[in-house]
Design a protein around this ligand. Structure first.
Ligand code: HPA
Length: 246
């Protein structure tokens, strides 16, 4: 079966308004964050969804992740490339660079994190050993190499609840836990995709050093780093989708 790709856009893409046919869907779980726009990227049609809504008005802890993933599934999506801004704890990447995490730790709470809620929906204990399937990650890394885009291979993404950023002590704890990146959105997005048999990769856009790690205030150069990381991410997805045209 040929792949049908979706691109989930996160923070930093509010003014990136792709044009194309818009699918307005309603799912059993409610409405997705925004209309899903069919955009041509790298010569193929890609379904794009603004995770935080078209005007970035939905904070990470209030996103209807189930509606987003169910809507993409209903449109036939088999593979999701997700763009997630993160802070970095150590020195695997600098602000402005990209990473492709290979693992996740979930610190979120109170989010709907399964389609298998019991009763008629059933119960399932998903094997989530590899939250970001190796095949899609490898294809993205190859595209990064071809386009000469710096992209760190691997690392652990800690998903925090937000909307506030972490305390310095919390970052120390996340580091002791083995985390490299901190963001607010990869979970439950990744697990819900896996539950519906959709392969999922996270491109982490590093926009700041984690709390207590830099010598400047955390927001000091977020805007500039976001701009740099965003340009790299858009170049990467253009190369990637351009090389996967069916
Ligand atoms: N922490 C949590 N989420 C984030 C950060 C951070 O430092 N930067 C961007 N998203």
């Amino acid at each position: 079966m040929p792949e049908r790709y979706a691109l989930i856009l996160g923070s930093g893409f509010t003014d990136y308004l792709p044009e194309g046919k818009v699918h307005e869907l309603h799912t059993d779980y409610g409405a997705p964050s925004a209309g899903i726009i069919d955009v041509e990227i790298g010569g193929q049609s890609v379904l794009t969804l603004a995770r935080h809504g078209p005007d970035h008005s939905i904070p990470a802890h209030l996103i209807n992740y189930r509606a987003n993933i169910a809507a993409l599934k209903a449109l036939g999506v088999t593979s999701i490339v997700a763009l997630n801004t993160v802070g970095v704890i150590g020195d695997i990447c600098k602000a402005g660079q990209l990473g492709l995490p290979s693992q996740v730790i979930d610190y979120t709470w109170g989010r709907e994190q399964t389609f298998f809620t019991g009763g008629a929906a059933g119960v399932k204990h998903l094997d989530f050993t590899e939250p970001f399937p190796a095949g899609l990650r490898a294809r993205l890394l190859e595209a990064a190499r071809r386009a000469r885009i710096d992209c760190y291979d691997g690392g652990v993404y800690a998903t925090t609840q937000g909307p506030r950023l972490e305390t310095a002590a919390e970052v120390d704890r996340l580091q002791r836990d083995g985390a490299h990146y901190i963001g607010m959105t990869a979970m439950p997005e990744a697990v819900l995709a896996a539950e519906l048999d959709i392969e999922y990769a996270c491109i982490a856009l590093v926009v700041n050093q984690a709390a207590g790690r830099g010598d400047k205030p955390i927001h000091y150069d977020v805007a500039a780093s976001t701009e740099t990381a965003r340009a790299a991410a858009l170049a990467l997805v253009a190369e990637f989708f351009g090389s996967t045209v069916a």
